[in-house]
Write a protein that binds this ligand. Structure first.
Ligand code: F0G
Length: 354
């Protein structure tokens, strides 16, 4: 049968009731794209892949967790869902709630949500509340609201979000035939690193696919898991991971430790350089999504990691179109020419055509 989304494909490995009716946009099944030019650029001699999660229906990996969270909200007779978000969760929740016929309320940090994400939440019809605070403030509010009402929380504290998101590691193992040696990914609220590790360990138990080392990467200005305490005023160009108090921080640290990997921080400059490098291989991702590559580059360059002979997967969590402003702000504009063939030809060919 044709592809019908992650619940349809991986239900047997998920902690979901057998008879649920999936709320789906046929998410998942994203490509694992080799990027040999980037590997060569970093010295070569290893396999490097991008798991391009920006190709999910709403442009980010959140759709994997949202299909499961929304399926269960509907299954349990909920009428309203709520989340805090740096943008992608909001757009995804909005889309899946509209699909399910549920009311969606999303709470975002004012002025810190990229244009493509906010537009998504509007387009899919969510009720959007913004606060002049951080993601962490918003999360504490929506958690409390959900505890004191019938409203369902669809942030990654919701265990069904993790059930869905872990399927990305199943796909990687199915594609490669086993787990990679390293998996590099951005860490914000720490749901995704938790989900990947759960998925890899589960698949390894059942299918003996092995386990990767996990490299979790935070932005320097929002790196609570690296510095060891909450960041009161997180700041980074990678607004998706502008989070100072990750809800699943403990689990993220455990995933790094158990996998014999680590969590590191990289500067905004390095994140943007990695974004550019991915784009030069034809893969445009939003800044946060380039953090995994930025972290890998950092470790190779400071000689704390030798990639030779390894198979490495970069998780690119969100599409570049989510955050057009960061590119436009570089100030590169199209060349403007008159509607005159000779002038066009002169520009392109450097002279008149005889
Ligand atoms: N990459 C992107 C593009 C994200 O949107 C997020 C999180 C992450 C990475 C980090 O994932 O939180 O599971 O560690 N975005 C959330 C949101 C916070 O509201 O959209 P995480």
């Amino acid at each position: 049968m044709s592809y019908q989304g992650i619940i349809h494909r991986y239900h047997e490995f998920m902690d979901l009731p057998p008879a649920v009716q999936p709320i789906t946009l046929y998410e998942g099944n994203t490509p694992l794209i080799p990027v040999p030019a980037i590997a060569d650029n970093l010295g070569g001699g290893f396999e490097l892949y991008v798991k391009y999660e920006g190709l999910n229906p709403t442009g980010s990996f959140k759709d994997r967790g949202m299909t499961t969270a929304m399926t269960m909200a509907k299954h349990n007779g909920k009428k309203t869902v709520i989340c805090a978000s740096t943008g992608n969760t909001a757009a995804s929740a909005a889309a899946y709630a509209s699909r399910a016929g549920l009311r969606a309320i999303v709470m975002i940090p004012e002025g810190k949500v990229a244009a493509g994400k906010l537009a998504g939440a509007v387009a899919y019809g969510a009720e959007i509340i913004q606060i002049p605070g951080s993601f962490d403030d918003a999360l504490s509010f929506v958690v409390e609201i959900s505890q004191k009402s019938e409203i369902e929380l669809v942030n990654s504290l919701n265990p069904y979000r993790i059930e869905g998101q872990k399927t990305a590691s199943f796909e990687i193992c199915d594609e490669l035939g086993s787990a990679p040696d390293w998996l590099c990914l951005p860490v914000g609220n720490a749901g995704n690193i938790t989900a990947y590790w759960m998925g890899f360990t589960q698949y390894n138990r059942i299918k003996n696919t092995g386990l990767p080392h996990i490299l979790g990467v935070q932005a320097e200005g929002a790196a609570p898991l690296v510095i060891g305490h909450t960041v009161e005023h997180p700041e980074t160009v990678a607004t998706a991971i502008r989070i100072g108090n990750p809800a699943r921080g403990e689990q993220a640290l455990m995933a790094a430790e158990e996998s014999k990997g680590r969590i590191i921080a990289v500067s905004d400059e390095k994140i943007l350089a990695a974004q550019k490098m991915l784009a030069s291989s034809g893969i445009w991702v939003e800044p946060a999504s380039a953090a995994g590559l930025a972290g890998l580059i950092d470790r190779i360059k400071n000689n704390s990691f030798d990639p030779k002979g390894k198979r490495i997967v970069l998780v690119c969590t969100g599409h570049g179109m989510k955050d057009p402003d960061i590119i436009i702000s570089r100030g590169i504009k199209p060349v403007r020419l008159p509607v005159d063939f000779d002038k066009v030809a002169e520009y392109i060919l450097g002279g008149r055509i005889q």
